[in-house]
Design a protein around this ligand. Structure first.
Ligand SMILES: [Zn+2]
Length: 409
């Protein structure tokens, strides 16, 4: 449990401790309960609560009778007290969400990622889209706590730089965090896409419900977000989760790494659709295979499989088996008990392959864990990485940290 301190100079820290205590209790808390849980004095809790009420960050939510004595006024987070913007930059789609202080999505917008334009242009488009979604949500701009942005790795998180994502054309060493902060005048936090998706799942599941899991991200690229003991795993440079070169088919096509049958190459949407076109399963939609064509191609393969086409069924069955090999490898390594699937293209293939993946994983001779692996689909949907990016902003604004004590002290 986080304990506060009654030293006057640390009022800011106490405020965050109290907010954090309130927001973690769904039904709200009385001032007496807050004092008990934080170790702060009744006077400190009273003063800070008054300030938070005045600022519209918490609100009174009726009275509750607890044992003997007079009824106590319950305090709860006011969802309209603050908002976070989440942006997800995928090579095919850019998604924007606005979350209230309670983590609920109050506005959503998505747009195709423009191709053939500079990152500077894309960042200016992002600025316009952020301003538009703040307007659309009817949110007081002064209550926007910041912007979280999820982007494909590798990233240099310390410098806020998108280094060289293999699938994001023209993005080499782009200082995305600072450029977007300068363009919007808002605080911006950067996170790897798969980690952001994992953070969103952590926010929407209670502790112990989902503690040790992987988020299997199926976007333009394929990646894995990891959570252990209900915490996102980031690694030494916050680039954890690159599963692209796990070998899932030793006789598969040659990968850029020189080996055969790597996961990313085997199941990447563009590759699946490309192979279906060259084998004559589906017609080529045009000269280029951009995000829209890949999406439509996957949908056509899934529809063919659903109508009983044997070749289309084989394509998706093989994909399911390749995914299962990777899931078993990662689940074994980290003793995970759940895999959550999601990302922009996942829903195209999920109805057909989720059951087969689950069966294949749990019947695998290579699975050494003593418990079954649950295979589920993200309930957050296509917005998952954007929601996770916004959750980072809420976490940053609302979570007490010892470093705040050091600075104040
Ligand atoms: Zn490879």
């Amino acid at each position: 449990m986080r304990r506060g301190t009654n030293v006057h100079a640390l009022g800011g820290f106490n405020q965050i401790v109290i907010l954090d205590t309130i927001r973690r209790t769904r039904d709200g808390l009385s001032r007496v309960e807050i004092a008990e849980q934080t170790g702060l004095s009744a006077q400190t809790v009273s003063n800070v609560s008054r300030r938070l009420l005045d600022e519209g960050i918490i609100r009174e939510a009726g009275q509750r009778i607890l044992g003997v004595g007079k009824p106590r006024i319950i305090l709860e987070l006011d969802p309209t007290g603050g908002y976070a913007i989440g942006v997800h930059l995928d090579p095919a789609v850019i998604t924007y969400v606005v979350l209230d202080l309670d983590g609920r999505v109050v506005a959503h917008h998505s747009t195709r990622t423009p191709s053939g334009v500079t990152p500077d242009r894309v960042i200016l488009d992002m600025r316009d889209a952020i301003e538009a979604i703040i307007d659309e949500a009817g949110v007081d701009r002064a209550r926007v706590l910041g912007v979280g942005i999820a982007a494909p790795g590798p990233l240099d998180l310390d410098r806020g730089v998108v280094l060289d994502p293999p699938l994001l054309e023209g993005w080499h060493g782009v200082a995305l965090r600072d450029a977007l902060a300068a363009a919007t005048g808002l605080t911006v936090l950067l996170e790897k896409d798969v980690t952001a998706a994992t953070v969103a799942e952590l926010w929407t599941s209670s502790a112990h419900e989902r503690d040790d899991f992987m988020f299997f991200y199926y976007g333009t690229g394929v990646g894995v977000g990891l959570a252990i003991a209900h915490e996102a795993v980031r690694g030494a440079t916050s680039n954890a989760g690159d599963a692209g070169h796990i070998i899932v088919d030793p006789d598969g096509p040659l990968c850029s790494c020189g080996r055969r049958g790597c996961l990313g190459d085997a199941i990447m949407p563009r590759r699946i659709v490309g192979r279906a076109i060259s084998s004559g399963l589906i017609a080529a939609p045009g000269d280029r295979l951009d995000g829209r064509e890949v999406d439509e191609g996957l949908a056509r393969i899934a529809a063919l499989a659903a109508s009983g086409d044997a070749d289309a069924s084989t394509v998706l069955d093989e994909m399911a088996d390749r995914v299962a090999v990777a899931v078993v490898t990662i689940a074994n390594l980290l003793d995970l008990d759940t895999v959550v699937f999601g990302g922009p293209y996942w829903n195209r293939v999920s109805p057909r392959i989720l059951g087969r993946i689950s069966a294949s994983v749990n019947s695998s001779d290579a699975l050494v864990t003593t418990h079954p692996i649950a295979a589920t689909v993200s309930t957050i949907g296509d917005d998952v990485a954007a929601v996770g990016a916004a959750c980072l902003v809420l976490d940053d604004a609302l979570s007490p940290r010892p470093s705040a004590l050091l600075i104040s002290g």
